[in-house]
Design a protein around this ligand. Sequence first.
Ligand code: GTP
Length: 304
Amino acid sequence: MKSVEVYILSGFLGAGKTTLLKNILKQEQDKNRKIAVIMNELGKVSIDSDAVSDDIPLKELLNGCVCCTMQGQLEAQLQGMLSQYDLDAIYIETTGAAHPIEVLDACLSPVFAEKLAIGSIVTLVDGARYHDRRALSIQLQKLLQEQIHHADIVLLNKVDNLSESKQASLVFDIQNIAPDSKVLLTQYANIRLSDFQHLTRKQQKEHQKTHVQLDLHLKTYVHTFEEQIDFDAFEDFLRNMPDTIYRIKGYLSFTHSQDTYLFQYSYGMPLYLKEPVKMKKTLVFIGENLDHAWLYDQLEALQK
Ligand SMILES: Nc1nc2c(ncn2[C@@H]2O[C@H](COP(=O)(O)OP(=O)(O)OP(=O)(O)O)[C@@H](O)[C@H]2O)c(=O)[nH]1
């Protein structure tokens, strides 16, 4: 019986996991391989699921992290996919707060032992964020380190935001943490399947368990706008919000235009992309110790 390859895409919030997944799915489809995707998001609503075309089986695990509270659900999803489809590979996109080994553990249930072949753990690192990692809380720094330490391949991504000397020093730092891992410098997570498929998996190393809810205090907040908002006021809000908001994504529409925009924010960088389809105007925030009442008031005020 052939076994289904499983790949785990890991990396901190906004590092480029969905960008990588899109690249990979295109290459897998060009090779006519049958692929399924499991996406795990910390928030209650899914923003990234559009990255996966309708002909690819997709299961979403929302509002929690597979590495702690949702391991059982991941096992159930894997089981369901294996019985429903004849697959070549399953990709699991973890939340930015996930510990890759905990996710791996959930895939190693005795129930699947003969059906799944763990391919590799691919960890993405946002170059500029990693360079400034000391600004993050100790727990988050530890998490970034663990995500790198357990990777079979590390992508130092967003190198377009890094000077050559910073790139070199970060590769050195990463190789110190993960001496046996392959490290690639990437822009928009542009790699080939052969870069990460059929790597020899390392032995599982000892790891320190880091739970999203208990240790990291990472919280999510979801806000839905009824009305269009003022663009300049929104940009002011972004400049003034606490720097412990690490990630925002969702859909917006502004008073100056009839268009809907997909909005992405990671590590200080906002990005607005015109969205052809009208979407509910919902933003998901992820950060440490989020003050929900403050966010609610600030965001509601943007509609006035
Ligand atoms: N400048 C630059 N931006 C990038 C690069 N790769 C990804 N991005 C952008 O970074 C933002 C976050 O990328 P995603 O792929 O959504 O990141 P993610 O890790 O899936 O994010 P979460 O699921 O929220 O953890 C998006 O706006 C991407 O277009 C890169 O190499 N350079």
